[in-house]
Write a new protein. Structure first.
Length: 276
């Protein structure tokens, strides 16, 4: 390799804006979730005071993570860390509605413990909600790192800026994409492979609403693709599997993909040289 190449890489390293490792950031987030849901870990506390101390420690860790992040250099990181932890009771309440939605909606779920411990949908939702709480406090980079970690583990891609209501249910989940400016109401159920994306992609659209709005009590089945910032799926609608939508639906709509089915009435085949 040439000296010029080494020089380019060296200069780039000197200009690098420091961010703590993804491992450190995700480890912090998982510890927060494990405090809220001890079903995911074997760690327990002997007294309430011990539990309080752990929350205080995690708040301090968040502060130090933000202080070490160059993009947070001009932020009031102490205030933002305190604000995030003040919001935890509400975040916990909303996550509990998600657990209820998954448990009540899935006949295969035997207990809420099973949902909390094993369901990739709940794992992705919990990290999204935590990341969204940081995002709404203008914390840079860290929210995206958290949702991309969930994406890598579950195949569920939720941008931390998306706004999602209570009782959110992801069934199976692999391949789901929920874009940055997407708005989702309460009691919405998504199956695997659903895309809530942009109709077109251009850098000039960075600060416009590019992704759909899904109103309350909507079910969207596997493989459906819904695109565009002006596209609204009205309340109480059902979108069938593999549907492609770029226009709005009024409330109480039913939209299905109709495949072309051809039934062969007579099948001719040869076995050992004889026609059957």
């Amino acid at each position: 390799m040439s000296e010029e190449f080494y020089g380019q890489i060296f200069i780039k390293q000197q200009k690098l804006e420091y961010v703590p490792s993804n491992r450190e950031i995700t480890r912090w987030a998982l510890r927060v979730i494990h405090l809220l849901y001890p079903e995911q870990t074997a760690k327990t506390f002997s007294t309430v005071e011990e539990l309080k101390s752990e929350f205080v420690l995690l708040e301090a860790e968040l502060y130090h993570i933000m202080e070490a992040t160059s993009a947070c250099a001009d932020c009031d990181n102490k205030k933002r860390a305190a604000g995030f932890f003040e919001s935890l009771p509400l975040l916990y309440q909303v996550l509990n509605t998600d657990i209820q939605a998954i448990f009540n909606g899935d006949p295969a779920a035997r207990s809420e413990f099973e949902v909390i411990r094993t369901y990739p949908g709940f794992f992705a939702i919990s990290l999204y909600r935590l990341a969204h709480a940081l995002y709404t406090r203008d914390v840079p980079l860290i929210p995206r790192i958290l949702t991309e970690y969930a994406h890598s583990k579950t195949g569920i891609d939720i941008h931390p800026a998306a706004v999602i209501g209570d009782y959110f249910y992801i069934d199976h989940g692999t391949g789901i994409v929920i874009g940055e400016s997407c708005t989702i109401g309460a009691h919405v159920k998504l199956y695997q492979g659903v895309t809530l994306g942009a109709l077109s992609v251009d850098k000039s659209m960075a600060f416009t609403k590019r992704h759909p709005t899904v109103e309350n009590n909507v079910v969207i089945y596997s493989g459906a693709t819904i695109l565009g910032g002006e596209t609204v799926i009205g309340s109480n609608s059902v979108v069938g599997g593999n549907v492609w939508l770029t226009k709005s639906l009024p409330p109480n709509s039913r939209v299905y993909h109709t495949p072309s089915i051809r039934i062969l009435k007579k099948l001719t085949r040869r076995i050992f040289g004889e026609q059957k």
